[in-house]
Design a protein around this ligand. Sequence first.
Ligand code: DAH
Length: 343
Amino acid sequence: MREIIQSLASIKEQFASSIPAFSSTADVEAARVRFLGKKGELTAVLRVMGGLTAEQRPIVGQQANEVRSFIEQSLAEKLSEIAALEASDRLKKQKIDVTLPGIMSQTGSRHPLTQVIDEICNIFLGLGYQIAEGPEVEFDEYAFERLRLPKGHPARDTQDTFYITDNILLRPQTSPVQVRVMEVSKPPIKIVCPGKVYRADTLDSTHSPIFHQIEGLVVDTNVTMGDLIGSLQLFAKKLFGDSTDIRLRPHHFPFTEPSCEVDISCWGCAGKGCRICKNEGWIEVLGAGMVHPEVLSGCGIDPEVYSGFAFGIGVERTAMGRFGIDDIRLLYENDMRFLRQFR
Ligand code: DAH
């Protein structure tokens, strides 16, 4: 019994002498395990109490309880002391100087091409059109053949593109979407289709092998060239201002008849002639026409009942005019100094 009482006393002493070294909650936890844990020192001593007599046991038991509650209480005190220290330490570290200037977060903005695409689409949405989309990797059939450009047709030259196989290519215009929409829907049809197009052109200040178009298509009963002109006039005024005029020049597209190219009165000089329009007074921004009857019938739409108009707007040209950009390459270089001007 003596030995046990001595062990208890020495546990208490050892514990007491280790207290000053506790410097973190982890130290306190380690001490709890060491002295009070299942495999701890106090437990080990209590385990041999079985060998004591009935008189000895309560005496030793009382001692053991004292040591246990001393340890428990000390651990609790130490723990709250250390926790308070750690909390105040954390606060010190996290102290912020509210007088320091803030860090500006960099917010992005829409690319000028995206801005123009959104603006144009919104104008047509306001006129009751819907947005349609089509694949950039397209079959020759949709890109050319069903638009009345059979293989070997000379008009393919101006739209030479990149071929993946003989029959799969990167679309050189958004016009194939017309066919894709018409073959799965019935008139009335009123859609605009914005998207990327590709041509085997060399990059210079006015050409790029990748650019954007917005295709428009309206098919219904009694659609006339007058509707086309009226719609494009309204579009031009909404985009470039009320004093803007349009001019139609006869042209040839195999998929429309009659066809035209459409100019917009120069936003720089209102038609007088300036650097932007190369003294022409007009700037070409789109091609258009009345959908060819064979294109309609090829999509299962009866040209005796329905007629339609279509147009294809050059987005880059429109954006360059709108923002006074004189080199198409600036639009693709991702130079922040350039892009920041269009926030
Ligand atoms: N796809 C033509 C081009 O890239 C533009 C065009 C002309 C689109 C007439 C049309 C259209 O829808 O009817 O030059």
